[in-house]
Design a protein around this ligand. Sequence first.
Ligand SMILES: Cc1cc2nc3c(=O)[nH]c(=O)nc-3n(C[C@H](O)[C@H](O)[C@H](O)COP(=O)(O)OP(=O)(O)OC[C@H]3O[C@@H](n4cnc5c(N)ncnc54)[C@H](O)[C@@H]3O)c2cc1C
Length: 562
Amino acid sequence: MPSHDVLIIGAGLAGQRAALSAAEAGASVAIVSKVHPVRSHSVAAAGGINAALNPEDTWESHAFDTVKGSDYLGDQDAIEIMCREAPDQILYLEHLGVTFHRNDTGHLGTRAFGGASAARTYYVADITGHAILHVLYEQLMKRSEQIDRYEEWFTTDLLQDEEGRCTGAICRNLRDGALEVFNAKTTILASGGAGQVYKPTTNGLIVTGDGIAQAYRIGAKLMDMEMVQYHPTTLAGNGLLITEGARGEGAWLLNAEGDRFMEKYAPNKFELASRDVVSRAEQTEINEGRGFSDGTVALDITKVPRRRTLEALREIVNIGRDFAGVDITLEPIHILPGMHYIMGGIKTDSDGETTVPYLYAAGEVACVSVHGGNRLGANSLLDTLVFGRRSGAHAAARALQMPMPSTNSSRVAETGKHITAIMNRPQGGRRIGAIKNELGETMNEYVAVFRDEAGLTKAHEIVRRLKEEATVAAIDDRGSVFNQDVIAAIELGYMLDVAETIVVGALERKECRGAQWRIDYPGRRDDEWLKHIDISMNGADVPLVSFSPVTITRWEPEERTY
Ligand SMILES: Cc1cc2nc3c(=O)[nH]c(=O)nc-3n(C[C@H](O)[C@H](O)[C@H](O)COP(=O)(O)OP(=O)(O)OC[C@H]3O[C@@H](n4cnc5c(N)ncnc54)[C@H](O)[C@@H]3O)c2cc1C
């Protein structure tokens, strides 16, 4: 049985940063990932990472922009920590070898991003996540005496002792199907978001909400689950992302009549208003008949000098050519708002501690809450690094003062029985893929940019039915080697749990704030709704709702305009 001071589940940017910081603090570390670490979804991050590093910029300005972007739902103590620590994270990465863009004077160069009052996004062309992930992975390998990597191992369940403390996890080796208990003094979930709950989404197939559901199932509180971000520029049909970096470099949004419509919705910031604001503006243009016949509006990147596009936005040049047949340096490309990010997640404090003792969470799986109702572009990579580092350090310090727990390995037998039961399901029920498609399309129809009671209630009924259907959905592969059918069946269960918590949260919040836009409850209602919605399991398979206060340190809520 592998036993470590700190077990980290997930090897994207949050997990890798946590592993390095736990190792630096002297802990023995295991890091588990269901895919090779450099295939983690952080690799897709394109536009950059925010920090007030420029001498003319201030962390306070970054923090205020983040608070305003969150529509005042973000916890200001955590936002202050994130923005204060941001410059150090950029320098740490640069010193490790991340080749951030440099300007003509040789200094680190920035680009503008939405909702920011200064150009403070540091970037590597439009492959920022790729560049950072590979550099951190080199450091994991360098520290291989302290950090054991379990690549292509899938965590199925978290473990608890009789007092409810987390004592590690059960993981399945994807190569041969073997199940193993990973014993740990402290456990950090860094298993990413839940984009696949929607269809389409900008998120890859591996982003299935595993950690959120695993923590929820053992009693951890989730928070802000209703806050799901629709990114303003995704390709119709497949959901591929056209990075906000394009608008940061000067691209315009146009409706089918050729109007630069953002002038109407955000007269000061135009295309660089917050994402929720831009997505609603686009959806309004489309709904009111000023979009194109394919249900889109246009992003005109020809406003950016061609040479600059080819240098700084080369991945979206490829995406435009390969997936839309458009040369974005010559003509506008059709886009629409698409599901991109979940602001909610496992409720944590600013050291990553969840409501379950010895269980931590960091990155997109967690909700600190620094993003509140709406995340600013380029603040997520920052979140992974700042709170990954803090969780790793805190979990290590705690672990070094504790004895190793003794885990009862009988839980492995239970998980084994569950997996065998999945494999032995009789053929005939609905396919896993069909259930997943219906889930994604339902969420995209009823739990999207605009929401109302009737649509949310319908979505909830469908999710409940799909939960039933999922318990008997048959699979084809009964083997043990790289059995992705079994994994898909388990992931479907996680996605359905996450979907239900999103819908329940959205039904509960009766106002318009950030990404939660209830057309049946117009306006932001601070008197009643300036609070977080927490969701936990009450043992009866029905999400239990409670509330917690928003922390305000210095910025009282104001009207939000751009
Ligand atoms: C296309 C795209 C572009 C983006 N661009 C930007 C950007 O420019 N700037 C920005 O700030 N943000 C950006 N984001 C958001 C940002 O990339 C993510 O929020 C962030 O990278 C998430 O990192 P993470 O470490 O939390 O999770 P991930 O990188 O998703 O890593 C999750 C890890 O958990 C593992 N895992 C999951 N489930 C299990 C399981 N059951 N068992 C074992 N392992 C498991 C995975 O294998 C993986 O290693 C972008 C997002 C997308 C989709």
